[in-house]
Each structure stands twice: as C-alpha cells, then as structure tokens.
Design a protein around this ligand. Structure first.
Ligand code: 13P
Length: 281
C-alpha cells in the first residue's frame, strides 16, 4: 500500500511552488520525465490518461510507476489523469497508483460530488490521494458546448466539492484548455483568487501547454499547487522523431529514440523550473 502523499502538494502550496505533472504515452516519454526530475532534483507526477491506461494496461503502468518511485527515492508519483470512470480509479488504486483523478465535471454537481466521494472512500482506505474537477477544462475531449463563461468554476461549487467529498486537490476551470491554443489563452485570475480564498485544499492547473510562463507563475501564486503539462511533450516527441527518421539507417531503435527522449527531457526540465520545483530534494 503506498504511503498517503498529499503532503507533497500541500508543502508545495505552502512554499509557493507547484508540483509539475507530466503526461506520458510510452516508456521513452516516461524515462525522459524520470531523468529530468532527477537532474533538476524535483518532485514530479507522471500521469497516464484513460487512453494510455487502457492501451498499455493499469497493472503494467502501476509497476512502472512503483519502479520510478523507488529509483527516485520516493520523489516520483504515479497518477491516473482524467478518469471519468469510478471503476477505473479503483483499478488504478489496486494497481499501485499513488494518485487518481476522478473527472465527473461533465455531470451535475450532485453526481460529481457522489462519484468523487466514492473514489475518495476507496482511495483513502488504500493510502492513495484523489484529485477532482469542478468547472471545465476546455479543449480536446470536452463533451458538450459551453456558452459564455459556463466553463468557469463557480466558487460555491468548489467549496461544496471540497467540503463534502474530502478530496485532496481540485482542478478548476479558469480558462485553460487541453492541447495547443489557437489564440492566447484568457485565464480568469480573479476567479482563481476567489476560489483560493474560499477553498482550503490545493488547486490544480490543467492545460499547461501554451500558457505563458508569467501566467503560470501568477496562477501558482494564487493557489495552483500542481501544474499539468502534456501536449507540448508529445509535440516535441513527434517533431524530433520525424527529423531523426530522415537520417536513420534502420538498424537500431535506440539511435532514433534517445534523441527523442533527450529533447523531451529538456522541455520537462524547463517546466520544472517554470513551476519553481527544481532543487527541492
Ligand atoms: P496540455 O496537454 O494542454 O498540456 O494539458 C495537460 C493536462 O492538463 C492533462 O490533464
């Protein structure tokens, strides 16, 4: 059973930095994150979404996460990202994940609270922390359409979510989106400040890719204690791979993939520093 670890994010919140959470799709991306974290002496989350968890398998990813945790001296945590399924969250807990996110933000507030409560009860009994979502993160994979400011977190909903569920951290919709932005993101810092003033658990910034660094830092200063980044790593992966393919002699996959890993590693290192999470261990 993993040791309950929300103190990691809580400590970051107190000390004014954020724990970065990086999405990975395969062992090369995962390895890049692990190496970058060691070089930057940072505590990080590695995050698999439902698609990755489904295609590679939770028991296998749980074992890789446990291995990364062990080789890092307990500083890398394995996280299931955006699971709309309560069952999948429970399976991740059973597979040794350190942290799970139940994302029922597409449901009514009552349903979102009920699902989150169910995951919290199961996860906490197994030493696992839980993140939930309130308001909506825009962009890729968002169901439904949102008129005007509908996606924005409502302060009273965030308070209800935090108080009624016992959840450990809360992803809040303040205008960020998953994927590349078509235009400069419009982040509602005022709403973030209001939520932060009323909710006393750490908040989570999703959709890190493309958010200007100064804005990320302003969000961290106002309660965002975990920052999620994914798309830019995957973009870097594909661009570097495409370039390397041009000169690859077709014999050794490592010749192709080591430069990919190293390019991703540089992006991860950069984001660790944006979160002011370097030199923490
Ligand atoms: P990006 O892919 O936009 O960086 O967002 C990552 C994320 O928020 C995962 O939950």
């Amino acid at each position: 059973m993993p040791e309950y670890n929300n103190h990691v994010i809580e400590a970051a919140a107190k000390e004014g930095y954020a724990i970065p959470a990086f999405n990975y799709s395969d062992i090369w991306e995962h390895g890049a994150i692990v190496q970058a974290a060691a070089e930057e002496r940072a505590i990080v989350y590695t995050a698999s979404n439902m698609r990755v968890a489904g295609s590679i398998g939770l028991p296998y990813l749980g074992a890789i996460g446990a291995a990364a945790h062990a080789v890092s001296g307990g500083h890398i945590f394995n996280h299931l990202d955006h699971s709309s399924s309560v069952e999948l969250c429970k399976q991740a807990v059973d597979s040794g994940y350190h942290s799970v996110m139940i994302d029922a933000s597409m449901c009514s507030l009552e349903e979102n609270i009920a699902k989150t409560k169910e995951v919290v009860a199961y996860a906490h009994a197994h030493g696992v922390v839980v993140e939930a979502e309130i308001g909506r993160i825009l962009g890729r994979n968002v169901e439904g359409t949102y008129e005007g400011d509908d996606y924005l977190v409502q302060v009273k909903d965030a308070v209800a979510m935090a108080e009624e569920t016992g959840v450990d951290s809360l992803a809040v919709g303040i205008g960020t989106a998953h994927g590349f932005y078509k235009e400069e993101p419009r982040i509602n810092l005022e709403r973030l400040k209001e939520v932060h003033a009323h909710v006393n658990i750490p908040l989570v910034l999703h959709g890190g890719t493309g958010v200007p660094y100064d804005t990320v830092r302003a969000c961290i200063a106002n309660g965002m204690a975990k920052v999620n980044v994914g798309t830019l790593l995957h973009g870097c992966y594909v661009e570097t791979l495409r370039e390397r393919m041009k000169t690859w002699d077709g014999t050794n996959i490592s010749d192709l993939m080591e430069p990919v890993r190293d390019a991703i590693k540089e992006k991860v290192r950069e984001w660790i520093r944006v979160c002011n999470a370097n030199n923490r261990i």
